[in-house]
Design a protein around this ligand. Structure first.
Ligand SMILES: *Cc1c(COP(=O)(O)O)cnc(C)c1O
Length: 459
């Protein structure tokens, strides 16, 4: 399996090359040349597998043996999910008349661990084969930073620099990052906003001399390996709910950058019987507006109690758009150019009609999110985190929906307490996190300050 760019300007590359490239060199996003398909008999067979064994089957379809030998790939998949504290890795539980797919049993209690534990292992393996160093730089508004740090902490050949806005992430999220004391982990609190951090990271990647000299790598969800790992749990959940039958299911997905729901779309394209994908956003609703009106246009970001979904422009959406435009790179490029020049674009009704059979989108207000947390606690004695609650709310009125639970409620304790009057129990991995020693640099929100700091560390 080779990988190509949505913008058509990259000669096909291997899986390993795609993982190291992150963003395609022509500014597009990497996708497999062909989507593998899975027949019903295989689906039924797969539904008997453990999560890790299923991951070996699904991921194996996207990686050539000449690139990563099967034995190596299987071992690193096994290692990636051994760090989860639930034997099913991503268990499915019945809560009222819906299913909750718990994706928060990894080391940082958010679904991003599923992909970033795998990506950390992949980076280490590929570097061991090729030699060299990888220096990861990223900006975080909360969840991505800690999941990325836990993915690569202590790994050979990798340094990671994570910028967070000083005093603007939750105290728990800050401690989850700064209490990791491995030598290869560098937390930087910048005196500015998340947008400042993101702008600095962009400048670092645009400084081509710097990028080349220091082999900069990206861990955000533009990396194909992240999508790939997430495809697995759609198959897994289908198997758990169907128990050997071959019925289609609906998934409700709390959405920000469109990475998670795009993995669901890929699973459907591969042959998983999916009735609907419910795209649930908070009031930062650029994506639900697109699916309901055909117009994609950024507004200003409004803070919410589901902060990991507070986005303006969704970095992964380009992958879906490429398929929606029948894999026409030229059409895609002209829409992206329009997005840059005019701040938005519209897609014709005839094309939007193709989204209708699978996608159904809805924005959920802050009040509805809190009310959902409260109602599910009262009726079903189950505590939702605010992100998960957005998805559960959007699924209202449908039964037997599989709702993706993207974070553990203890990560967002205040919002949960405000809604239910009760603080969620704190899982073992978070206990004592507020008391542990921390290490963090504080810098002004300037490109030069961060660049000089990295140069000093890397020599
Ligand atoms: C990142 C995140 C999301 C959004 O996922 P996307 O792949 O960006 O759509 C939802 N919930 C939580 C808790 C997250 O951390």
């Amino acid at each position: 399996m080779r990988y190509i760019s949505t913008r058509g300007g990259v000669a096909p590359v291997t899986f390993s090359q795609a993982v190291m490239m992150g963003l395609a060199t022509d500014g597009g996003l990497l996708l497999p040349e062909k989507i593998p398909s899975v027949n019903t008999a295989t689906l039924i067979e797969w539904s008997k597998l453990s999560f890790a064994d299923l991951a070996k089957e699904v991921i194996g379809l996207f990686v050539e043996q000449s690139d990563i030998p099967k034995a190596d790939l299987d071992r690193l998949i096994e290692n990636s999910f051994a760090t989860f504290d639930h034997p099913d890795v991503t268990p499915v539980v019945k809560v009222g008349d819906r299913y909750i797919l718990e994706l928060f049993h990894g080391p940082t209690l958010a679904f991003k661990d599923v992909a970033l534990q795998f990506l950390g292992n992949l980076f280490e393996h590929i570097l061991a084969q090729q030699g060299g160093q990888l220096n990861i730089v990223g900006a975080t508004s909360g969840d991505t930073g800690s999941a990325a740090i836990y993915g690569v902490r202590g790994r050979k050949g990798i340094q990671i620099f994570i910028l967070h806005p000083k005093g603007r992430v939750s105290p728990i999220q800050e401690r989850q990052m700064t209490t990791v004391l491995d030598d290869n982990v560098h937390n930087i609190a910048i005196k500015g906003t998340f947008d400042d951090g993101q702008a600095i990271v962009k400048q670092l990647f645009n400084d081509l001399d710097f990028k080349k000299k220091y082999q900069l790598g990206a861990v955000n969800s533009i990396n194909w390996a992240r999508i790939l790992a997430q495809i697995v749990y759609y198959f897994y959940a289908w198997g758990q709910v169907n128990k050997g039958a071959n019925q289609s299911v609906t998934f409700s997905v709390p959405t920000g950058n469109f990475g998670d729901i795009f993995a669901g779309y890929m699973a459907q394209r591969m042959g998983l019987p999916v009735e609907k994908l419910i795209l649930a956003t908070n009031r930062n609703d650029i994506l639900s507006r697109f699916f309901n009106t055909g117009t994609y246009r950024a507004g200003t970001v409004a803070p919410t109690i589901s902060p990991s979904m507070d986005i303006q422009i969704s970095s992964n959406f380009e992958r879906y758009l490429y398929y929606l435009l029948d894999e026409d790179s030229d059409k895609l490029k002209s829409l992206m150019a329009q997005l840059d020049s005019d701040g938005g674009f519209s897609v014709a009704d005839k094309i939007m009609a193709k989204t209708k059979p699978l996608f159904w989108a809805r924005a959920v207000s802050e009040e509805e999110t809190s009310a959902t947390i409260k109602a599910v606690y009262k009726d079903d004695n189950y505590i939702l985190d605010p992100h998960t609650a957005v998805g559960v709310c959007a699924a209202t009125g449908r039964s037997e929906v599989i709702c993706l639970a993207t974070a553990h409620p203890a990560k967002f304790g205040q919002a949960v307490e405000d809604a239910t009057g009760r603080t969620p129990d704190v899982p073992k991995v978070l206990q004592g996190v507020m008391e542990r020693p921390t290490r963090c640099l504080i810098l002004s929100a300037s490109f030069e300050a961060v660049r000089d700091c990295m140069q000093e560390v890397l020599g």
